[in-house]
Design a binder for this molecule. Structure first.
Ligand SMILES: [Zn+2]
Ligand SMILES: [Zn+2]
Length: 281
């Protein structure tokens, strides 16, 4: 009997069908951080009627409370996208997905490392394969990070694009290519080099953080943001800040200085607080 092959072939690329192409009306692209930092990460992205949660790094209750505070219910979620298995990205995913029967999209490698893999519906993604979820086009891209099969995401409404780019030891040429011309970006600015070097972390842990599979420093974020800058970049958010080796003022100052950008265009996300909705124009 013939079996319909739904999995992308190795190195292949699957574009699942998308409602976008059949829509004439203008769709909108909005996002909001529900918290960003070394102790928890979650971002909501809305494209017309489609609502996605990228990462679920807080307890299910905290996620529900934070969603409610910004006018959203977990019942409204179309899907949860998971970048990788570290607890600051998956803490609440299984409980939330089970309670509200939400499909979870993640790589096979990430799924295998979940401590609580009982999910109501799992969709495996290929880190190079774009797919559509309702009104949103999602383009994952692999990131260099000490996890099984990590990736981050560009979400598009068909014309505008927003990306989350955190948990990267360095910026690969492919990441740079995927983010070129991006309209809005949540970029990792995890640590200040001097604070990490002079802080209390043991040598091995420091090496993990500033290694090729760790996190981006303020300086790396600034250099990358400068190389990426273009007139269409409407909003740059710095996120995934360390609580021990960084401060919002330090991250902001380092990036604003190298970028010659500030004011309304550059924001630092809070580790413990929700942000504000931003609509990509
Ligand atoms: Zn991580
Ligand atoms: Zn993380």
């Amino acid at each position: 009997m013939a079996v319909l092959q739904l999995e992308p072939a190795a190195g292949g690329h699957v574009d699942r069908c998308c409602r976008l192409s059949s829509r004439d009306q203008q769709v909108s692209l909005q996002f909001i951080s529900l918290g960003s930092g070394s102790n928890g990460n979650a971002t909501l992205v809305r494209v017309a009627d489609t609502l996605l949660l990228i990462d679920a790094g807080f307890s299910a209750k905290a996620l529900c409370d934070r969603m409610q505070s910004v006018g959203v219910s977990a019942d409204d979620l179309t899907a949860i996208l998971i970048s990788h298995e570290h607890s600051d990205h998956v803490k609440g995913v299984s409980v939330l997905a089970r309670k509200y029967n939400i499909p979870v999209w993640l790589t096979r490698g990430t799924f295998k490392r979940l401590k609580d893999p009982k999910l109501p519906e799992v969709e495996f993604i290929h880190p190079h394969g774009s797919f559509c979820l309702g009104d949103a086009k999602v383009s994952p891209f692999p990131i260099p990070h000490d996890a099984a099969e990590p990736c981050q995401f560009v979400v598009s409404d068909g014309s505008r694009r927003f990306a989350v780019a955190t948990d990267m030891g360095f910026v690969t040429p492919y990441v740079r290519e995927q983010l070129s011309g991006i309209d809005a970006l949540l970029l990792e600015s995890n640590y200040d080099g001097d604070m990490l070097k002079n802080g209390s972390y043991p040598y091995a842990l420091r090496g993990r953080i500033d290694g090729r599979y760790g996190h981006l420093s303020n300086e790396q974020a600034a250099d990358f943001a400068r190389s990426l800058e273009h007139s269409g970049l409407q909003r740059l958010y710095l996120g995934h800040l360390s609580g021990n080796n960084n401060t919002p003022d330090c991250a902001y100052a380092t990036v604003a200085d190298r970028l010659q950008r500030g004011g309304d265009d550059l924001h630092v996300l809070q580790r413990t607080r929700v942000g504000e909705w931003f609509e990509v124009a």
